[in-house]
Design a binder for this molecule. Sequence first.
Ligand SMILES: O=c1ccn([C@H]2C[C@H](O)[C@@H](CO)O2)c(=O)[nH]1
Ligand SMILES: [Zn+2]
Length: 141
Amino acid sequence: MKNEQVLDINQAAELIRQAHQACEDAYAPYSCYKVGAAVLWESGRITSGVNVENASYGLTVCAERNAVFHGIGLGERRIKAVAVAVPLEEIPSPCGACRQVIREFASDCLVLLSNGSGEIRKTRLKDLLPDSFGPEFLKSI
Ligand SMILES: O=c1ccn([C@H]2C[C@H](O)[C@@H](CO)O2)c(=O)[nH]1
Ligand SMILES: [Zn+2]
């Protein structure tokens, strides 16, 4: 049940810092809504990502998914926590697609949402995506 563990305060601060730092490189020329995300894996590694928009709007990929996919490509499989940061007043909230992608690698995990003033909303994947569908459902097939 490692996913249920509470994060060390320094790890949480570092995760949020990396999400904010990533946010600076977000590519969001159409929405101008820049997002940075950082994922803490069970290994202790942190990967980050930004939203990448496209002139063909539907090809846009969120910061959260890019941060997760970066870790998967490095061999990571278990997410411990995710931080999402925006440089605005409104605290961000991951979209449904990103919640489901995080769910693939964590049945539950800490989710830290931070705005431009450094305010933090602390929540959990289970609260953001209740009664979720995940890999275990396919194990009996
Ligand atoms: O949690 C979120 C919400 C939105 N976006 C991106 C997608 C798009 O580029 C822009 C506006 O939706 O923000 C993210 O990266 N993460
Ligand atoms: Zn998303």
